[in-house]
Write a protein of this length. Structure first.
Length: 328
């Protein structure tokens, strides 16, 4: 088990396999996209497989594949199958916008994936177009349907933005009445590739108060030890809801995760610049022992919380980064 200097055990890896995406969400990137990374700058599937296996040996039990949109990268499915067979890995999961995902759902089920996070900020077609700059709500909903049909648990991620989708909070909560889904409302974070300046008028407390106004019977439910969402349930509903204080950063004390970006940069905190580049280390001929040493040293320096990480980067404008290049 690898631990950081604050005694937190790290057993969860979030691996971004690409920065490219078929949506252009306003909170994530500018309308004309990002300066996409050239293919040679991405880690190969073989390199990512090597790192995943090493980290599992070091104590990682859960891997989330993310991006960019993971399914935009060619041949994702065989890679997922390969990762799912790493001995000692307890959970493989992914975060997707759902546009290309539906046809792969039976295979995801077969390889043992039991939960998928689906990003869905609105159930209204016009607002979906305004937020994601693409007319694709039907495709995301098809994936939701396919996941539920195949008995894969779904966590819906909705980023809440002032003057954009706050009218969607209650309709999204109402989804939990008939569907066994967990709808999680996320505070907007300042990672949008320079697309906008954020105003955190809708923090998790306000989101929660808004939901409670409509559903006074809202009940707190137990959260798992490393959960980032505060979970709630409405009596009589099949699903649950959650609020994620992603900007407020109230959950850093129990953080158990590290991130690896599509270029192989290790980020022990979402709000840090990155400690070292694994792809470079591998291409320079590092052995597995060298890589384990580098990873353990980086984890030891994991910042206490996202505020400390941000302070270390005072000169860097967070908004210039995009969640698609970090791996949300
Ligand atoms: N493309 C996939 C998707 O959207 O599900 C996976 C990558 S996306 C970067 C991962 C998650 O980060 C999504 O749920 C998205 O809503 C969230 N996200 C992106 N930018 C964000 C921001 N600025 N603030 C909060 N969440 C953000
Ligand atoms: Fe693409 Fe996901 Fe970013 Fe939206 S949040 S632009 S779907 S990477």
């Amino acid at each position: 088990m690898i631990t950081d200097s604050y005694g937190r055990s790290i057993n969860y890896l979030r691996l971004a396999v690409t920065d490219r995406c078929n949506l252009r969400c306003t909170y994530c990137m500018p309308a004309d996209g990002l300066n996409w990374l050239p293919h040679r700058e991405l880690m190969t599937y073989g390199e990512m497989r090597r790192i995943c296996a090493l980290l599992v040996k070091m104590g990682v039990e859960k891997i989330r594949i993310t991006g960019g949109e993971p399914f935009v990268r060619k041949d994702l499915l065989p890679f997922l199958q390969d990762i799912s067979r790493i001995g000692g890995l307890r959970e493989l999961t992914l975060t997707t916008n759902g546009l290309l995902t539906a046809p792969f759902v039976p295979e995801l089920k077969k390889m043992g994936i039991t939960t998928v996070n689906l990003s869905l900020d609105t159930l209204d077609r016009d607002r979906f177009i305004r937020i994601s700059r693409r007319d694709a709500l039907d495709k995301a909903l098809k994936t939701l349907d396919a996941l539920l049909t195949h008995d894969i648990a779904v966590k819906i991620n909705a980023v809440v933005m002032e003057n954009s989708n706050t009218d969607d909070i209650i309709p999204l909560v109402q989804l939990t009445k008939t569907l066994p889904v967990s709808v999680r409302f996320i505070e907007e974070m300042p990672f949008n590739g320079g697309a906008r300046t954020i105003s955190l008028r809708w923090n998790y407390l306000r989101i929660l108060a808004h939901i409670r106004d409509h559903f006074p019977g809202l009940q707190k439910i137990a959260d798992s030890p490393h959960a980032t969402a505060y979970g709630y349930h409405i009596p009589g509903h099949k699903g649950d809801i959650g609020v994620i204080a992603a900007y407020t950063r109230s959950f850093c004390g129990s953080c158990n995760r590290i991130r690896i970006t599509p270029t192989g940069m290790v980020r022990t905190c979402l709000y840090e610049a990155g400690s070292f580049n694994l792809k470079q280390a591998m291409r320079n001929g590092c052995t597995d022992d060298d890589l384990q040493g580098l990873l353990a040293a980086a984890i030891l320096k994991k910042p206490k919380d996202g505020w400390q990480a941000q302070d270390m980067l005072v000169a860097q404008k967070l908004e210039q980064q995009s969640m698609a290049t970090i791996g949300g």
